[in-house]
Design a protein around this ligand. Sequence first.
Ligand SMILES: [Zn+2]
Length: 538
Amino acid sequence: MTPLRIPFLLVAALLAGPGALRAGGRPAPWPEDRFSAGVDGRFLTNLPLRRIEGTPSVSLQTVRRLFGGRIQWRGVSRRVSYHREGGVVQFDLDSSTAQVLGKPVRLEAPVQVWGSAAYIPVSFLTTPEFQSLAAARVDWSAERKSLTVDPTPSVSSPRYFSYPDRSRVVVELGPRVEYRLLARRGTTLVVRFYNGQARDWEKVSVDDGLIESVEISPQGRLTDFTVALTSHAAPPEIRLDPMPRALIIEAHRRGEGAIDPGLGDEPPSASGHAGRAALPAPRRSSPRADLDAATLTLSPLRTIVIDAGHGGKDVGAVGPHGTYEKDVNLQVARGLADLLNAEGRFRVILTRSDDRFLTLQERSSIANKAKADLFISVHCNAGLNAASSGFEIYFLSEKATDDEAAAVARRENAVIELEGLGGKARGKVEELLWALARNEHINESSTVAAHIARQADKRLGSLNRGVKQAGFYVLRGTAMPAVLVETAFITNPKEEGLLRSARHQQRIIDAVYAGLLDYEKRKIQARLAHSATSGGGG
Ligand SMILES: [Zn+2]
């Protein structure tokens, strides 16, 4: 914004006349501090922060550096405005109210000026109004002095899920995006989005029996979205969901919602040594049933407990740019809970929904008390080698898959020291009981893990490291199938950036969710097939 600089300084001097004299080139009178920011997965460090009457504040110049846009001063009216493509924010000096797109928004503290800089509370950047104007998700951690800015494209990456009775594609849309069904050629649909742009061209091979592939292709101010269905799919339903605003395309199987017998044929691939645990044999029979009713009665999943690892004084692993594992775990756990809750047929329980310390025993007892059908613990990996990368999923066993898996278990178990118990506090009898409890569920846990790993493989590509076994205390206490997800390596600077981006978090969440749906579909098929062969009613 070089052309703006000269008039900007002139007006600033005019406006801040007495202020500028008072400043006289001296630093502002408020305590100086620094903060870091992760912007779209890249990191900026050493950004200036001021504590004005205790409120962490940033100058508009810093805001411009992080979000782009331009600043305009109106000395006469003692006003400064911040402009972006999406609209304007107007700040009145010494006032605690800003106008965002003409709507008043309360500030934590009044706007302050020193020299040519106007300071606003950092917390303003996290208000829904500013996030909407900036078209970004913004998080501020006062504890870590760290801001995360995550631009949300107006047309999201396509997401897809295979339910027991149908397949669904979801594209999230910004508020001004319109759509139109452009063409329907045979089994291919083309939807065009107006006033909306996807970030990149993307083609995903879904290949779940109903959907072959989805492709999103930005073209200037438009984006075309192509869904290729198989001949098994009935004409799909297309609708716009309001919250979050999203286009949903849903395809049912031709002919009264029967399950595709072929869908479960391909056994989930489990890398590492997990193949040891038995996976259910594929069924060739073709059971037909009313899936809605069948899902309710035959689904193995009703109550799901999601455990965000660490919390409170236990920050977990720390990234090279200061990202705390506990924060990422909570965001991913919440996102997964939201997705499951949106289905309306699961009971979802979070062991923690905020930043608090919980012992491992408290976590597993929440799951046991709820009589959960599945326990999922969410973590970030840490490696001695900064280059270590990828997604891993663990289930419990006595023997770790390899030295690395043993190291992961040691690290995740280390919280026991913080609990003030020490490993010795667990008696031999207790060990025996937990051993009995877990053997019952080990095959089930490994099946869940394998389905999730297979989805991670499809959705995260080379970043998937597969299924592993290790002895985690947090899983040991649960009397149900349980898995522990290591979403990525927070110690790898590149993956630390990914872990902070909503886009990658969503991919991880979708992979876990899709893996659960696959597991559910497989169990329903097996149960239907079993009741068919044993002569019982379907
Ligand atoms: Zn952890």
